[in-house]
Design a protein around this ligand. Structure first.
Ligand SMILES: NC(=O)c1ccc[n+]([C@@H]2O[C@H](COP(=O)([O-])OP(=O)(O)OC[C@H]3O[C@@H](n4cnc5c(N)ncnc54)[C@H](OP(=O)(O)O)[C@@H]3O)[C@@H](O)[C@H]2O)c1
Length: 258
């Protein structure tokens, strides 16, 4: 079998950077794409240039400073997260290339069928039940369409955690900076543990959907207690309810056990 060649979309992004670093450490052949996802001819040109055996799609609109941005930029969100992602998957299929998509598990929410603290989690074949934010809505749509593509592996990433607290999107860094924080158990993705598996899964050309999280769930307070124990003994925080949280954000957020 010939040596795998990876083409990564998401050069400037958090996960794209981490995946590139990982491939570099492994001594694997890879390049970053230059195309915008929705520009089919530019995507084709990248593929002609790099001739990848595998595409890793870590590109997407996540919103800045947070996903609330997507509420007021719906067309841009559709263009990248739906049209762009599908364009890339479709080009890869026509060229017989495997695509790994770093998607999201923020398309599920506790409800009467999946109550919080029940131990009953959402499985890979469950239908998304959270479309409360436009970001999640776009991601639920694209996941449901992508699953028809036989060349695509969809990884449901959630609340990513890394050891280095300088990353503002690190879930730990996020919640230690909030004035008030809700306290809900969630499934999360410890990136340094799980990202190497995504490379291995890509190499094996696995396809379909995977709840790409560490086992079980952990609550905000459990994380903050660990932070206090190991990092900053003086750290204090205040909790608030989901109803109070709703007053300081635009769109609802999902909480789930995958
Ligand atoms: N971070 C999280 O909390 C989190 C949680 C769950 C899932 N995810 C998912 O994981 C994936 C990567 O997330 P991330 O945190 O690494 O995101 P990020 O740091 O916001 O990076 C997004 C990347 O996508 C690129 N991009 C945006 N629009 C593009 C377009 N039209 N064409 C090509 N590239 C485009 C950006 O490039 P430019 O700078 O050039 O625009 C950037 O490199 C996303 O699908 C996200 O939904 C993230």
């Amino acid at each position: 079998m010939s040596e795998p060649v990876f083409l990564i979309f998401g050069k400037t992004g958090w996960i794209g950077q981490l995946v590139g670093g990982l491939l570099q450490e492994m001594g694997a052949k890879f390049e970053y794409a230059t195309a915008r996802l929705e520009d089919r001819s530019a995507v084709l040109a990248d593929i002609e240039r790099v001739k990848p055996t595998h595409v890793l799609n870590a590109a997407g609109l996540t919103g800045r400073p947070n996903v609330d941005w997507c509420e007021s930029h719906k067309v841009e969100t559709i263009r990248v997260n739906v049209v762009g992602c599908l364009t890339l998957a479709d080009v890869c299929l026509t060229k017989n290339i495997h695509m790994t998509y770093y998607g999201t598990g923020c398309i599920f929410h506790y409800d009467d069928n999946f109550p919080m603290n029940s131990g009953k989690g959402f499985k890979e074949n469950d239908q998304p039940n959270f479309t409360g934010s436009y970001y999640s809505y776009s991601k639920a749509i694209v996941e449901s369409l992508l699953k028809e593509y036989p060349n695509v592996l969809t990884l449901r990433v959630r609340m990513p955690i890394v050891p280095d607290l300088v990353y503002p999107r690190n879930f730990i860094t996020k919640i230690i900076k909030y004035d008030k924080v809700v306290n809900i158990p969630n499934s999360m993705t410890v990136l340094p543990e799980l990202l190497p598996y995504s490379i291995e899964m890509a190499k094996r050309k696995l396809t379909g959907i995977m709840n790409y999280t560490n086992p079980g769930c952990i609550s905000h307070n459990e994380i903050l207690e660990l932070y206090k124990q190991y990092i900053d003994p003086e750290f204090t925080w205040q909790n608030f309810t989901l109803e109070e949280q709703a007053k300081v954000i635009v769109a609802p957020r999902s909480n789930n056990l995958l």
